[in-house]
Design a protein around this ligand. Structure first.
Ligand code: FES
Length: 251
């Protein structure tokens, strides 16, 4: 086979590969649009990168065939390696950027779902007092502001019988919290955010404990201390005070 015939064959092979990769990229891209599959989208990007790779190889073949001249007495054959190197670098960079973009999007989606789940699993019950139901609960009602001083009413003390608890939103943080009436005339409150991974804990009146539905962490509802499970620290305490039959939080 002559040198020019071999060159034509190489060019033909690259052109066939380029055309097929273009078709594959279009097919994968269409399927990704129809199904919303991120895996197919990544595959489509992969095929586009392959197509770009073959475009570089075509350039390499064309430029390397130029005859020797005064500035390149040995010809331009070495350019083939230069353009092949560019093709390899292009694939590497495109793959890396696509992987980083996909990872960033996945982390963003996971964080969004985690926040949404946290909101949906808030600790409120229809009338505030816990019944020991650990399932998803509706959002707590907005607390009232103090009419004459700082602070917020979170419940009438009569609404929290001894041994029960009431969920509320901590005005200081905007996070879910529980007010507990563990013994006659004593009221305490804790953040409902588990110190392990941030899931909202639920109150269990049978044991006077907080139970985390995510990984089974258990807290003493009288002290906030960890009883068992993976939480590394007690629940954060919130200062509350009972005044004129109402439970206040804040100054
Ligand atoms: S998030 Fe509560 S135990 Fe893991």
């Amino acid at each position: 086979m002559t040198e020019s015939a071999a060159g034509a064959e190489s060019r033909g092979t690259v052109l066939v590969a380029l055309s097929i990769n273009l078709l594959i990229a279009a097919a994968k891209g269409s399927a990704a649009l129809l199904t919303g599959s991120s895996a197919l989208l990544a595959e489509s990007a992969h095929s586009v990168a392959d197509t770009g790779n073959e475009a570089f190889l075509l350039v390499a073949l064309r430029r390397s065939r130029r005859p020797a001249d005064q500035t390149h007495p040995f010809g331009y054959g070495a350019e083939r390696f230069y353009w092949s190197l560019l093709a390899a670098i292009g694939i590497f960079v495109a793959g890396g950027v696509a992987a980083l973009g996909g990872a960033t999007a996945a982390i963003g989606r996971a964080a969004h779902h985690s926040n949404a789940a946290g909101a949906a699993l808030g600790p409120a019950t229809p009338h505030g007092s816990s019944t020991g139901n650990h399932g998803p609960s509706p959002a707590p009602r907005s607390p009232r502001s103090h009419p004459t001083a700082g602070g917020t009413v979170i419940a009438a003390t009569s609404a929290i019988p001894v041994g029960k608890a009431k969920s509320f939103i901590d005005p200081a943080t905007g996070g879910p919290a529980w007010a507990v009436h563990p013994s006659d005339g004593t009221f305490i409150a804790f953040s409902a955010v588990c110190t392990h991974a941030g899931c909202p804990v639920q109150y269990d009146p049978a044991t006077v404990q907080f139970v985390c539905p995510c990984h089974g962490g258990v807290y003493n509802a009288r002290t906030g201390h960890v009883v068992s499970g993976p939480p590394p620290a007690p629940l954060q305490a919130i200062a509350v005070r009972a005044v004129d039959g109402q439970l206040w939080v804040g100054r």
